[in-house]
Design a protein around this ligand. Structure first.
Ligand SMILES: Nc1ncnc2c1ncn2[C@@H]1O[C@H](COP(=O)(O)OP(=O)(O)O)[C@@H](O)[C@H]1O
Ligand SMILES: N[C@@H](CCC(=O)OP(=O)(O)O)C(=O)O
Length: 368
């Protein structure tokens, strides 16, 4: 594989030996392989889960807690153990690492997003290995990213990675959940936009968060920066080097998308929409196929409460999300503008507002 900049994501299921403890052998094996990549001139950002799982073990809890504050306490205890385990393993290999804790709020605010990007790129230029996790202790349920597959994809977008490698406890993506169905077959490669994949992915185990659902979603998010994704088992001998040398191992989710503009990638990373607009067929065609702005005349319904500048979902007449974007009107005015032609906007709302309900620069298409 010719990829020069990789994001490697290591999941809790893999790292914690099924929740018993931080698995030092896996950490040693993976950090040895990462050191080899770095030695070969490849830049790497590591996104590692395991803080909660490590904290659960350290605190002597019998299972992953459900209460948010217990989870946050476990993450705080576990994060330092996690980073220390990485540092202990990396130091003898001559690799310097840096801890980066990000929350969704850091991505929502464009200035913080750009700053995170600049810091990550500076660390990479210095040859340092950034180790990223979600800043679990400060996030509440509503604003959590919640799973590190998504975080890894956002980081891949941030640094314009060529490849996202998601290492987990399974050999890759199967046509059914292999933990439940022993007849499941491994998919060695697929296009990230293949809609049939959606019917194959299931939830994860007790320690991880999202299973394959979030890994597939992450691969699609990563594809926005032209990044390909490989999902593979971190327990496979020498897995990273073998992928680098082009061996078919795990599942390769390729994309033929050209990287989107930085602004559109940022828009895609705003995960939580406030409300929704229902679009007629002509508006769906204009927005999805022709890349046009959404005008009030093509809107047939408005759902939820939102303000000007909020992210809203755009649904087709069957209720399927086809796009999302930053709206130019608060929901009360959007309701008044349903089906209204541009020349009637002023008479409806009492001032000459924007011609577009959502401008094309603030719109992204969604789906496979
Ligand atoms: N189609 C599928 N192929 C492979 N694994 C699947 C599939 N559907 C669901 N899974 C589950 O996803 C799990 C991996 O996700 P998860 O537990 O979140 O791991 P991680 O901690 O590495 O993110 C597997 O152990 C498996 O139970
Ligand atoms: N920030 C959390 C990550 C939780 C998570 O996404 O877990 P996983 O599905 O194993 O990648 C932690 O470090 O425990």
């Amino acid at each position: 594989m010719s990829a020069k900049r990789w994001v490697i994501k290591i999941g809790s299921a893999l790292l914690t030996d099924d929740g018993k403890r931080l698995d030092r052998d896996i950490i040693d094996s993976l950090t040895t392989q990462i050191a080899q990549l770095l030695g070969g001139g490849i830049e790497v950002v590591l996104v590692s889960s395991g803080a909660v799982a490590a904290g659960v073990v350290r605190l002597g809890m019998s299972e992953r807690p459900h209460d948010l504050h217990d989870l946050q306490a476990a993450a705080a205890v576990g994060q330092s153990a996690l980073v220390r385990a990485y540092e202990d393993a990396l130091q003898p290999k001559g690799v310097l690492s840096a801890q980066i804790l990000l929350s969704h709020a850091d991505i929502l605010a464009r200035d913080r997003y750009l700053n995170a990007r600049a810091t990550l790129k500076t660390l990479l230029a210095m040859g340092v290995l950034p180790i990223v996790n979600e800043n679990d202790t400060v996030v509440t349920d509503e604003i959590r990213l919640g799973d590190n597959d998504t975080l890894a994809a956002l980081v891949a977008n941030l640094v314009d990675a060529d490849a996202l490698l998601i290492l987990t406890d399974q050999s890759g993506l199967y046509d059914r959940n292999p933990s439940i169905d022993s007849d499941a077959r491994l998919i060695d490669h697929a296009s990230v936009s293949d809609a049939s994949l959606d019917g194959m992915v299931g939830e994860g185990g007790t320690l991880g968060r999202g299973g394959m659902v979030t890994k597939l979603r992450a691969a699609r998010l990563a594809a926005r920066s032209g990044t390909m994704t490989v999902i593979a088992s971190g327990k496979e001998a020498n897995v990273i080097e073998r992928i680098r040398s082009g061996e078919t191992i795990g599942t390769l989710l390729h994309t033929d998308r050209r990287p989107e503009s930085a602004r559109k990638q940022w828009l895609a990373s705003l995960l939580h929409a406030k409300g929704a607009l229902i679009l007629d067929d002509g508006a769906v065609r204009g927005v999805v196929q022709q890349g046009r702005s959404l005008l009030p005349v093509g809107v047939t319904g408005v759902e939820g409460r939102f303000d000007r500048g909020d992210l809203v979902r755009c649904l087709n007449l069957e209720g399927r999300e086809v796009a999302r974007g930053l709206i130019n009107y608060p929901d009360q005015e959007a309701r008044q503008l349903i089906g209204v032609i541009s020349s009637d906007i002023e008479s409806r709302i009492g001032y000459g507002g924007d011609v577009e309900m959502i401008h094309r620069d603030n719109l992204i298409t969604v789906g496979s």
